[in-house]
Structures are given as C-alpha cells and as structure tokens.
Design a binder for this molecule. Sequence first.
Ligand SMILES: [Zn+2]
Length: 60
Amino acid sequence: MTSWRDLAAQGVIVCPADRGTLTVGTDTLRCASCSRVYRIEDDIPVLLISDAVVDAGHTG
Ligand SMILES: [Zn+2]
C-alpha cells in the first residue's frame, strides 16, 4: 500500500503554495522552496496554506 510518505518522496505530493518539494520530518513536512512547514496530525499531513508556518530562518 502506497503511503503519502512514498508520494512525497516521489514528488507526487508537493507544496500547495508553490508546488515545491516537501521534505518529510517526524511530525512536519517542510517545503524546500518557500520554507513553509506543514504539520502532520495522526500521521496525516495537513497541507493547508492557511495552517502552514513559514520557518523563521527563511529570508525570502
Ligand atoms: Zn512551498
């Protein structure tokens, strides 16, 4: 069974804001392009732009 983690690794699931590559963490997904961080709730990624947090270290 294909999990969303596999889809993210294959680039099928991308950042909803800019279609950037998502890096899967323990409980977050981070966009390599815009540095938005999406949380994972009950092993389900919450890919909502309104719920995303932009990493403070991003300068763009
Ligand atoms: Zn993004």
